[in-house]
Design a protein around this ligand. Structure first.
Ligand SMILES: [Zn+2]
Length: 461
């Protein structure tokens, strides 16, 4: 038995079409957690797909109900080989965003995994079914080759990540003893570039909120009342305009991080943002001046207006609308704190006379986390991936996107290592979500090598 043979096993799993088949079955289960009528599918994904798969690997499974009413179930799968061995916690989410079935390219169906050229299309292929299918298969290859994993493993699957992980924090807090481990290793999100193996050790936080200007009941004819009644759309536009410069530089003091730490700056100094084929062109003039594109995404905060509505955009009429609203959000890095953002916004708006703008926070929020790129577990994982891929791994102190990583990093106190298997233009959360065949094949090998090494000498426990 050898590392090489374990890698040969996983290449065979990919080459024989078994990986495609495993993923296709999982994609076919419509686990749209934002649709209440799909609730049974969330259970079915765990009971019909994940439980049989991990039970074959000798894991003991337990399904837990969510204590938050609209939240989906949790699955905890455990395999223990001995207290002297290292313990890893893994994670995946079985739910996906809505299919938007009629918006995909001609002939594609979000619920049927389909290969077109170098791409495999299907809802959840990138986020997150493809990624955890890769990791489960890699564990299987190690187990088959070695006869044992060589480490203890506890895997947590949730089914509400696309709703902001309701109940995840409460569940982990109430069951902390289940998740005692030396390291957390999981996969989600994009690589820095399609052909660049990547690790990230935390994520930006995200805070969503709505701004509302609600002035009166009903619309009023603009010929009779225009110039007499304040227009909520104009007020809200002005309020939003005060939050950034015309080129998106954040102007609210509480929304700006302190200077970028040297270790973070060094880690990302050489990074190039490459979204792959079909990636949008970066607007160099946008955002914080003086920062590189990588610094803007990995070490700074960003503010976005997600929607803006006043009146009836589909059917404009000559009237002053009563109300305007905008969904907005902030992505932010360590050490910024979410609880300072909205009070800061309130002060900013009030100081400019916008006290009629209401701030409505969204429930569900993810805090920012970051692990030092020089942490022993980070160094260990990077060395393992470099050895398998024969390439230098890109190291991100944190991801630009957001994950419920604060639950694992802060609440459970684990060093968190994320090894993403997707890429920035994978269209996750949009029609035409896909993974790249070449990246998936390489990712299967990388994870097999990583789990092989976790069961061998040289781990930092
Ligand atoms: Zn997602």
């Amino acid at each position: 038995m050898s590392r090489e043979q374990a890698l040969a096993r996983i290449s065979e799993y990919f080459g024989s079409g078994e990986f495609f088949d495993d993923l296709a079955r999982r994609i076919a289960i419509r686990t749209e957690s934002q649709e209440p009528e799909r609730r049974a599918e969330l259970y079915r994904y765990l009971t019909d797909e994940i439980i049989p798969c991990v039970e074959l690997l000798g894991f003991t499974c337990e399904l837990y109900e969510n204590t938050v009413a609209h939240g989906g179930p949790f699955l905890v799968a455990t395999r223990r080989e001995g207290s002297e061995r290292p313990s890893v916690m893994g994670y995946g989410h079985g739910d996906v965003v809505r299919g938007y079935d009629d918006q995909w390219h001609e002939g594609l169906n979000p619920w049927v995994l389909q290969k077109r050229g170098a791409r495999w299309y299907g809802r959840g292929s990138a986020d997150n079914k493809g990624q955890h299918t890769i990791n489960l298969a890699a564990m299987k290859a190690v187990l088959e080759e070695r006869g044992e994993l060589g480490f203890n493993a506890v895997l947590l699957f949730e089914t509400g990540e696309e709703m902001g992980s309701p109940g995840l924090r409460e569940f982990c807090a109430a069951n902390q003893s289940l998740f005692e481990a030396d390291v957390f290793i999981a996969s989600d999100g994009p690589r820095l570039a399609p052909d660049k193996p990547t690790v990230f050790m935390g994520s930006r936080g995200v805070l969503n909120f709505e701004l509302v200007v609600d002035l009166r009941d009903g619309s009023h004819h603009s010929g009779n009342w225009g110039g007499l009644l304040a227009n909520p759309g104009i007020i809200l536009a002005q309020a939003i305009a005060s939050l950034t410069s015309p080129t998106g530089e954040i102007l609210v003091p509480e929304w700006r991080p302190p200077a970028i730490p040297g270790s973070v700056r060094n880690a990302i100094a050489e990074l190039q943002i490459d979204g792959g084929e079909n990636a949008p062109e970066i607007d160099p003039h946008w955002g914080e001046p003086e920062l590189t594109p990588a610094e803007k995404v990995f070490s700074w905060n960003s503010f976005e207006v997600l929607t803006f509505k006043t009146g009836n955009p589909e059917n404009p009429v000559n009237a002053i609308p009563p109300r305007a609203s905008a969904h907005c959000h902030i992505r932010y890095v360590v050490p910024c704190r979410q609880d300072e953002f909205l009070p800061g916004l309130r002060r900013h708006l009030d100081a400019r006379g916008f006290d009629m703008v209401d701030i409505v926070p969204d429930p569900g929020h993810m805090a920012a986390t970051r692990l030092d790129p020089d942490h022993p577990w980070a160094r260990w994982a990077i060395a393992s991936i470099n050895a398998t891929a024969g390439l230098e791994t890109a190291v991100l102190p944190n991801l630009g996107g957001s994950l419920p990583n604060d639950v694992f990093a802060e609440l459970l106190g684990l060093p968190t290592i994320w090894v993403p298997h997707s890429y920035a233009s994978c269209a996750q959360h949009a029609p035409n979500e896909h993974i790249l065949e070449s990246v998936s094949e390489q990712a299967l090998r990388i994870m097999t090598g990583l789990f092989w090494d976790l069961g061998g000498p040289g781990t930092p426990v």
